[in-house]
Design a protein. Structure first.
Length: 277
């Protein structure tokens, strides 16, 4: 058994039987996954947020595959906001470590994996109503600029899970160095989704479907689990329709997969399928 698989098993043992572990335990779980896969931790400061992540960078002057985390533990329940949005399970980080690309970076969302007592800006609106706000997207723009300058990278392949898919679309719409886009259970129209679910609108957030036409020529695949009850299939269908004509935007339903269940069993193979028009 490879060290990588052993690391994944350790994570599964760590999180089994507990609904929500402490921030320290969630950090430790992510560190185990990263260490076993040879990924190094980092924290990048932007004009607003300090964003945490893990990276495996082998070669300069080649593209970087950038994984953007989902909303994490944003809500305790329908009425109670979480005190810290760090994911309870590092699923997307595990998926990033499965990627065969030479340069892979996993980056968390604002205020995840961070001690919030040290970050004055980390108001809970940044993992609720303002999770896709201009200030959030601008922070990721700065990060991509910094990666390009430091590693002389030749563009980015963006991969976003759930709300990270929204971030990826909004990023891709304002950059010229994004080579491809993949979303996994992506929240690609939060206004329509929240209306359908009868929950509070994200009034402080930008909406990915509003910029769908701007990524018309970008190779993209939107993966959706057939059993996903969090982001139903119609969300990606509507987004692909909004992108418009052509063959660059594709949907790919995956049988037997939920929103955050089952992806680890299929991602190694799916990650090798780089979108093309």
């Amino acid at each position: 058994m490879s060290r990588h698989l052993i690391g994944i098993l350790l994570i599964l043992v760590t999180i089994t039987g507990c609904s929500v572990k402490s921030l320290e335990a969630r950090r430790d779980a992510a560190m185990i996954v990263a260490k076993e896969a040879g990924f190094s931790p980092f924290a990048i400061s932007t004009d607003t947020f300090r964003l945490a992540g893990f990276s495996k960078l082998i070669q300069k002057k080649v593209p970087v595959t950038l994984y953007i985390e989902g909303d994490g533990f944003a809500w305790v329940n329908r009425r109670t906001v979480s005190s810290n949005p760090t994911p309870t399970k590092p699923m997307l980080l595990v998926m990033a470590t499965m990627d065969d690309a030479k340069n892979v970076i996993y980056i968390a969302r604002p205020c995840q994996y961070i001690d919030l007592s040290e970050e004055e800006i980390c108001d809970d609106k940044y993992w609720t109503s303002h999770r896709f706000s201009e200030v959030v997207i601008s922070s990721y723009v700065q990060i991509l600029d910094g990666i390009t300058e430091k590693y002389d990278s030749e563009g980015f392949h963006l991969v976003g899970f759930s709300g990270g898919g929204a971030i990826a679309v909004l990023l891709a719409a304002r950059r010229t160095d994004v080579l491809s886009l993949r979303t996994i259970g992506g929240n690609l129209d939060h206004a329509a989704l929240n209306k359908a679910k009868r929950v509070t609108p994200l009034r402080g957030s930008l909406n990915p479907i509003a910029v769908a036409g701007m990524v018309k020529l970008l190779p993209q695949i939107h993966y959706i689990g057939s059993e996903d009850k969090v982001v139903p299939a119609w969300v990606s269908s509507a987004f692909v329709k909004a992108v418009g004509g052509g063959t660059c935007a594709k949907r790919m339903p995956i049988s037997g997969i939920g929103h955050a269940d089952g992806w680890l069993g299929v991602w190694r193979q799916l990650s090798r399928d780089i979108p093309r028009c």
